[in-house]
Design a protein around this ligand. Structure first.
Ligand SMILES: [Zn+2]
Length: 130
């Protein structure tokens, strides 16, 4: 099995592209932060449980607790294993899947998960205490 540079996939694929791909429609937008129904657990159309931050390139759902970056979002929605999901995502976006020549040490492990949960909380207006 050829290795894929997952870190490079994460860098090459933008969150905006994946949001489009999974059919996310924002119900509210404040600067780089989008809120809307969660494409992972399929919340109600007007729901705002899902938060995505386009500048931090991360997302988090307050409903199902899922979160991560662009690739994580695609994997969560498609339920594909990381290897298949990364290949399919690259294919659908028309980018070459970055190959790793050294397959040893190839790891699909989460790499530095972004702190979108906190970012979303601190900038979420309506639910802040007075
Ligand atoms: Zn969710």
């Amino acid at each position: 099995m050829p290795g894929i540079d997952f870190a490079l996939v994460r860098r090459q694929v933008s969150l905006t592209q994946v949001l489009e791909l999974v059919g996310f429609t924002a119900t509210t937008r404040r600067g780089p932060q989008l809120r809307g129904p969660c494409p992972v657990h399929g919340s109600a159309p007007r729901s705002r449980s899902f938060a995505a931050h386009l500048q931090k390139h991360c997302w988090h759902c307050f409903g199902c607790g899922a979160g991560g970056n662009a690739l994580d979002l695609y994997l969560a929605v498609t339920k594909l294993p990381v290897y298949d999901g990364a290949l399919e995502l690259c294919a659908r976006l028309g980018v070459d899947a970055p190959r790793r020549h050294h397959s040893a040490g190839d790891s699909p492990a989460r790499i530095a998960p972004p702190t979108c949960r906190r970012a979303a909380r601190t900038t979420a207006g309506p639910r802040s205490p007075p």
